[in-house]
Structures are given as C-alpha cells and as structure tokens.
Design a protein around this ligand. Sequence first.
Ligand code: EPU
Length: 321
Amino acid sequence: MDHNVSGIHVIESIDQLRILCKQHPNPIIIGEGSNVLFVKDVERPVFVIDLKGIEVINEGSTWKEVRIAAGEDWHDVVMWSIDQGLGGIENLSLIPGKCGAAPMQNIGAYGTELSDVLISVGCMDKQIGALFHMTKEACKLGYRDSIFKHESKDQYVITSITIRLTKEEHHQVNVSYGDIKAVLKENDITDPTIRQVSEAIIAIRSSKLPDPLQIPNAGSFFKNPIIPIENYNDLVIRHPEMPSYPVSDTHCKVPAGWLIDRCGWKGIKVGDVGVHTKQALVLVNHGSNNGQDIINLSRQIQKKVLDTYQIQLVTEVNVIA
Ligand code: EPU
C-alpha cells in the first residue's frame, strides 16, 4: 500500500502516529480491516496501523508476558507463540486481522477469548498524544465487546497488547468445544499438544469459514444472541433442535448461524452478495462494490429471524457509514 494515497496513512512508528493525530483529529483507524464494512466512500483520513514488534517483557516460573505491537498479524503471533512453546492462544489460530484489533472486540473462538490471556492494552490518547497502558479490567471486555466500542470509542489508538502465556509443562489445553474433540479423535490424539490443538482448529476453520482473500467476508456478521432462559424454554418447545450454550443462571446463547440456516438463508445469493454455503453466520461478497448491498441483505435476514424466532440479531462487524 502506498503511504499516503487519498487520505490513507500507513503508520509505522509512534512518532508518526502522534504527528498525524495532531494533524487529523478524527481519523478512521484500521488494522487489516478484516472486521470492517465500509458502506460508502469516506471523507475522513484512514490510519492503517502497521506498528511492528514482539517482545518478552516479563517472566515467571510458569509464564512469560509478551508485548506485541498493534500492527502484527494475529495468526502469525499465534504461530510464533507455538514455536516458542508458549500456550494460551492456540484456540485463536487463523483468526484474521491485526493484534491491535483483538481487544476491540475481545476476539474469541473454540472456548477461548483474548480476555483469558490479556494483561493490558497500549493506547495513545489521540487528543494529547500521550501513551499509557490500560489494564484488562479497565478494558471492560465482554462477548465481542470492550470499552473501545462504547465510552472510549474513537478516543484512543491501540498501539500494543500485552498477554500472558504459559510455558511448556504448564499448558492447559482447552478442547471442550465439540468440533475440536471430534477432529482430535479422528486423528487418534488423546493428549494433544498446543500445536495439535492449533492444527485441529486450522482444519475446522478452513473447512467452514471462507478465506477473506478469496471470498471477501468479515467473519461472523452477527453476534450470537444472548437470551433469557425462559424465552429459550418457550422456543425449544416449538423448535426442539435449537442449540444453546449456558452463559449465566438467567441467560443462554443461541447460535445465530443455526437460526439463519433454519430460516433457509444458507448459501443464498442476492445479486452480488450472499450467505456462505458452509456457515450461515458469514455474509460474503461475490463482487459487489457497494457495502450497502451487504447491509440490505443483513436487514432481510434480521427481519426473517425476528419474525420466526422473536430474536433480534445484532451486527458483530464494525460498520463505517
Ligand atoms: N450452525 C448451523 N448452521 C450454520 C452454522 C452453524 O446449524 O450454518 C450451528 C452449528 O451446527 C453449531 C452452532 O450453530 O451447533 C455453532 O456453530 P459454530 O461452532 O460454527 O460457531 P458459531 O457460534 O457460528 C462462533 C463465533 C466464531 C467462532 C466459532 C467457534 C460468534 C459471533 N462467532 O461461531 O467467530 O469461530 O464460534 O468458536 O461468536 C467471528 O467472530 O468472526 C467468528 C468466526
């Protein structure tokens, strides 16, 4: 990418970021843009964060703390951690995007979330250019959620993340997710290493989720809805196969992919956009140059799911209008 094409700035240093923040008070910040949907041409400048560096900053007998610059590719960092014998993020293999975006939505998959390993997030205050580390607690991480989507929206640029990973012999692999167990069993693996867990996850993701470089998509388009257990109990009488996962004593999570699939949308094409053939939660672009096409499709899906199940689906991708 050119370094300054029609308002796009590729940021490679903290000093450059500080200067640009002074010049442009209201930029759009992106990492790889893999969870972002643009619905029209934007007037605001775009900062592409390309800060690099991985550094072990602290160490105990069972763990290492690693600080990773926001522009590092997330999956490359997972592969690096496995090569170093450091456990904790193997279940987050093959998630597209850069490390700076990871706390924004508390990336999660196969029973692990970033919040399980996060220590703090390096931030630059855009207005004053000051750098500080926000503790994990202050980040208010939730299911695909953080303070950076609410109170602190547009206030900071994430410059780094610090995570704590476990050393060899202290790994606690998490294979509770059904798909992982099945893949390991197929391969006769009973006591998996972190590398074997990562390989199983890469196999599962590659079989269901389209590669954004081949079929443009932003992963799960909606969040999995969290509903009161009473509502679920009513629904399951009419839809006995509806899956659910416990969240708390009062609420459970229902897979949005299942709801969309059962409404008949899986694999459907509408003009140049559509619903992925293998995972109904992923909307795909077959060649549209207008993000609004995806929004229109998503609204039709939301309406159908609401009419059928009385559940309102909420968008997971970051829509920039
Ligand atoms: N299902 C269907 N039809 C579909 C898709 C799913 O019936 O077309 C059913 C599956 O059979 C299963 C359930 O829905 O019973 C859950 O499906 P899956 O395991 O594929 O996971 P998901 O809930 O659809 C979530 C995350 C993914 C993450 C996977 C694995 C969200 C919004 N999505 O998807 O994250 O990889 O679990 O942990 O929470 C992402 O955020 O972009 C993403 C891909």
